[in-house]
Ligand binder design. Structure first.
Ligand SMILES: Cc1cc2nc3c(=O)[nH]c(=O)nc-3n(C[C@H](O)[C@H](O)[C@H](O)COP(=O)(O)OP(=O)(O)OC[C@H]3O[C@@H](n4cnc5c(N)ncnc54)[C@H](O)[C@@H]3O)c2cc1C
Length: 285
């Protein structure tokens, strides 16, 4: 349970980190909080020859809200997301979700960037970012580009990020409507058996003006449920419409049997969790 040998690098800026990664190529990995990468290295599932530690890149650690847009640096920890009152006012669902990740020790080290870049279907932040319609800024040898969270995830641990790119920022619109992140897990600190992020906006006439639904750990990628979201806006929030939207979302999931239970149980849990999240978000809208 010890890692292979590696050389340690600590760049002080984004250009320095990008240049190092470009130079070292496939033999290098960036490390953020290390809470996913180090266990993988201890199991020798990853054996990078070079680790590029982003801890000293100060510009990657920030939270700002300006002109209705939230911008979070990739190295911002989950504990910092929870502590920020400014972020809580702009998007309260972020604190609600972060508080359901692991335990305080993990949250003090685990970063938003590491959580979304890893491509682990069990991570909670990817579905949240799809629900918030976030975009990811990637910096690489050819410059900077932006990828929408809803197009970022390709398969388990495969994303649109090129190996030579570093995720620098996460941006999404501030959101003042109803929200809920509901998570079914076996015990405190565990990854989701099923989880759902829901945002709903209520209009002056009581109708649903905007809806956004995304699911965690029910497929090999997070799932943005476009059709189910659209249905809530067109058909409303009575129980028949909610049932129909939940059924539509369940049509997208593809859970597998594992130590969190058989796929059939996960389907059952997912429908309950999603219905609960919709009801909670609507009550808060
Ligand atoms: C016991 C335990 C329980 C956990 N439970 C949960 C849970 O319930 N829900 C949940 O969501 N998460 C959970 N996690 C994961 C944790 O919250 C971290 O988010 C996760 O480990 C990744 O963040 P990190 O900063 O540690 O990334 P690291 O482990 O440092 O990196 C992870 C991967 O992302 C890459 N990477 C990191 N940052 C960047 C970047 N800026 N640009 C490009 N690539 C990058 C690395 O190269 C590596 O491949 C748990 C972790 C542990 C150890």
């Amino acid at each position: 349970m010890i890692t292979g040998n590696f050389e340690y690098h600590q760049p002080g800026s984004i250009p320095e980190a990008v240049a190092l990664l470009s130079k070292l190529g496939d033999d290098a990995r960036v490390i953020a909080g290390g809470h996913s990468l180090i266990p993988t290295m201890k199991l020798r599932l990853a054996m990078p020859e070079h680790l590029i530690d982003l801890q000293a890149v100060k510009e990657l650690r920030k939270i700002s809200v300006s002109g209705g847009e939230v911008c979070i640096g990739a190295m911002t920890t989950q504990a910092e997301l929870i502590a920020s009152e400014e972020l809580h006012k702009a998007a309260p669902i972020v604190r609600e979700t972060s508080l359901q990740i692991a335990d305080p020790q993990v949250r003090y080290m685990g970063t938003l960037g590491g959580n979304v870049a890893n491509g682990d279907p069990g991570n909670d932040m990817p579905a949240l970012m799809q629900c918030l319609d976030a975009s990811f800024t990637l910096s690489g040898p050819d410059g900077e580009r932006t990828v929408n969270a809803r197009e970022f995830y390709e398969a388990a641990y495969f994303t649109a990020r090129d190996d030579l790119e570093i995720l620098t920022e996460i941006r999404f619109p501030a959101y003042s409507g109803g929200y809920a992140y509901e998570k079914q897990k076996r015990k405190i600190g565990d990854y989701a058996t099923a989880a759902a992020a829901v945002l709903l906006t209520k209009g002056a006439d009581g109708s649903c003006e905007q809806a956004s639904i995304a699911l965690t750990n029910l497929s090999d990628t997070p799932l943005f449920c476009e059709e189910a979201s659209r249905q809530l806006v067109s058909d409303g929030l009575d129980s028949a419409s909610v049932n129909s939207a939940v059924a539509s979302a369940m049509g997208q999931i593809d859970p597998v049997d594992d130590n969190r239970g058989p796929a059939e149980f996960k389907r059952h849990a997912a429908a309950i969790i999603l219905r609960r999240a919709i009801q909670q978000a609507w009550a808060r809208a």
